[in-house]
Design a protein around this ligand. Sequence first.
Ligand SMILES: Cc1cc2nc3c(=O)[nH]c(=O)nc-3n(C[C@H](O)[C@H](O)[C@H](O)COP(=O)(O)OP(=O)(O)OC[C@H]3O[C@@H](n4cnc5c(N)ncnc54)[C@H](O)[C@@H]3O)c2cc1C
Length: 301
Amino acid sequence: MNIFDCIVVGAGAAGLSTSLTLGRARRNIGVFDDGSNRNRVTQESHGFITRDGTKPHEFREIGLKELEKYPSISYFNTKITEITKDIVNERFIVRTKDDEEYSTEKIVLATGVQEVFPILSVRDYYGKSIFSCPYCDGWEMRDKPLVVIAEDEEYMLHMTKLVYNWSKDLVLITNGARISEQSALELQKRNIKIMVEPVKKLIGVDGYLREVEFESGETIARSGGFVIPTFYRPISFVEQLGCEIDEKGAVVTDGMGRTTQKNIYIAGETEKVLPSSLMMSAGEGNKTAVAVNTDLTMERF
Ligand SMILES: Cc1cc2nc3c(=O)[nH]c(=O)nc-3n(C[C@H](O)[C@H](O)[C@H](O)COP(=O)(O)OP(=O)(O)OC[C@H]3O[C@@H](n4cnc5c(N)ncnc54)[C@H](O)[C@@H]3O)c2cc1C
């Protein structure tokens, strides 16, 4: 069985960054990824300085190539299905979908988040003409006729005001959810149209939105837009391993990625179950790596 100082679950921006720093600190680490990163659907990633416009798979390849320089890093392209505590040896046993087992002293969970959309067929357009982050894709959608799809009033207002910065030609779609008169007036003052009626279907070609059809049969021509999904953790390791979670669903940490369970660390979007960015996730990965390495150093010195 391979024995590691640390296993990093997830090789997104957070996991790659954690791994790079730990490899450079001469730690023997295993990095695992099953290719389910949520941004795999998008054409280009933006806003990561020196990498603006890179395709997600290129970003991953560059990251993995950089890890190859460090002989103490092993990369496995597979899914981790189970993590159990080996209490006697104060270690963890990590099992893959192919039933391979690995032993590690420390674990970094960098498994990201996934989305559920208010209208299921948004998935067909996601990453090509409908996005969830205006900082990531607002520039590419600037001045186009756009929709904002949101069902929660607080998020409706927030996202619509934000997207207005990139395009003034906006329709807010609440898909049957209520919006207060005061909020509606605030948006209508800016000539933002509000459609409360439920959506019947989205119409487009090859992921590029052309029209939205409502239950009444009314259609509006739109080129794309932004949506507020619900985010969740793809796999319940934090719950299974007993990490404390706060009332908002965020994993309780010390601010450096240490969870309330000894030897279990967290990095990237999976910590707060909230969307962020490649840059922020990479930064968090770096911070968590420092915590892991500090603990290994002090425990073994
Ligand atoms: C459509 C779209 C467009 C985006 N555009 C941008 C952009 O332009 N700029 C930007 O900065 N951000 C963008 N983002 C956001 C960006 O993708 C995230 O902020 C970033 O990927 C989060 O990094 P992470 O490492 O926390 O998670 P992820 O990148 O999601 O990485 C988590 C990794 O964990 C792996 N994993 C999960 N479970 C397991 C398991 N059980 N076993 C093994 N591996 C596992 C997954 O395969 C995945 O690779 C976009 C997102 C989407 C959806």
